[in-house]
Ligand binder design. Structure first.
Ligand SMILES: NC(=O)c1ccc[n+]([C@@H]2O[C@H](COP(=O)([O-])OP(=O)(O)OC[C@H]3O[C@@H](n4cnc5c(N)ncnc54)[C@H](OP(=O)(O)O)[C@@H]3O)[C@@H](O)[C@H]2O)c1
Length: 299
């Protein structure tokens, strides 16, 4: 029987852990974990993401602060806000919602966040710490960290002897996911748009992670029988079966056919998606513990 990995349940259990950790920290030190989320402009999808993050932060008992700036904000003003938050001792995590309006140099803004408060794990210092295996002081990008928890739920912490294939090499997901799998002793292949015959790599992979952004690209004959599939893709496709003009979300994996071959598979929605926000909360409380000179709990 194929296991359908329940990301909602896994995320809820991380969130419960975060809540307990935040409450312990506050009880013992008086420090309330603080998360600042900055959003620029009016993109409705970004506003939905930000309000979900703020709600979850409140649910975790955090001091949740949202900064909403107009679309025509000048870059120096955004950088000045980040600089203020960098020095604010009540704020332990800073997140600037991406994408920023076109006139911003997003990379410059992201890199201006203090690495210790970079709860999205996108600062080059955190990427470097992940690459060199420093999990004690670094912060890991939330989606790969969440995907890795799902892998661990199936295989445990030690992936010795297992082959892993990650399809996609973005800085946001593919590269950090490859590093996490490697750190857990898997033998890792990272495929991308210039790779040849990804299906053949898939057929030898005990763990197949797809993060491409192409609806249902991974087919059943790419999958080794019994493999674990983690589907990171989020794609909206037309769904005429639901009525005229209707759409639905699908991943990068053709779920129905691959589920027949896989040993475990994460669905879209309800797989990796809910883990991202849970890991953002985990990174924030971790940053608060470290700022207080305490050892952060593991999630
Ligand atoms: N919270 C979440 O659940 C979450 C978070 C992040 C991302 N996502 C989703 O995950 C997907 C990937 O996100 P991303 O930010 O990593 O995307 P991205 O930056 O666009 O990267 C896509 C990667 O896929 C590779 N690729 C493109 N076409 C390919 C093909 N035909 N065969 C093999 N590889 C191909 C690209 O290769 P090249 O490098 O050669 O161009 C690139 O490395 C998206 O659907 C996104 O929405 C979900």
């Amino acid at each position: 029987m194929t296991t359908v990995i329940d990301g909602k349940q896994a995320a809820a259990s991380v969130v419960e852990g975060v809540k307990a950790a935040a409450s312990d920290l506050q009880q013992h030190t008086g420090i309330q974990t603080g998360l600042a989320v900055v959003i620029v402009g009016n993109d409705p999808a970004s506003h939905t993401y930000v309000s979900n993050k703020a709600k979850m932060a409140k649910h975790c008992g955090f001091n949740s602060q949202q900064f909403t700036l107009p679309e025509d904000t000048a870059e120096p003003d955004l950088l000045a806000l980040v600089a203020t938050l960098n020095t604010d001792p009540s704020i332990h995590g800073i997140l600037v919602q991406l994408p920023l309006p076109k006139h911003f140099d997003s990379e410059k803004v992201v890199q201006s966040i203090l690495p210790e408060k970079d709860v999205d794990g996108l600062n080059v210092v955190n990427a470097g710490k992940l690459a060199t295996g420093d999990s004690e002081t670094g912060l890991v990008s939330c989606t790969p960290a969440g995907a890795m928890l799902l892998v661990r739920a199936i295989h445990g912490a030690d992936l010795s002897g297992l082959n892993a294939l990650v399809i996609g090499r973005s800085n946001l997901f593919g590269k950090p996911m490859g590093q996490l799998l490697l750190a857990a002793n898997a033998t890792v292949t990272i495929a991308h748009s210039r790779s040849k015959d990804i299906a053949a790599h898939g057929r030898t992979a005990d763990i197949l992670v797809a993060a491409v952004g192409r609806p249902q690209m991974v087919k059943a004959d790419w999958v080794k029988p019994g493999a674990t599939i983690i589907d990171v893709g989020i794609n909206r496709i037309e769904a005429p079966e639901r009525g005229e003009g209707k759409t639905r979300l699908v991943g990068d994996v053709a779920f129905d056919e691959c589920a027949k071959v896989a040993g475990a598979i994460s669905p879209v929605p309800g797989g990796v998606g809910p883990m991202t926000i849970a890991m953002l909360m985990a990174n924030t409380v971790t940053a608060a513990y470290r700022a207080a000179g305490k050892i952060a709990p593991k999630f």
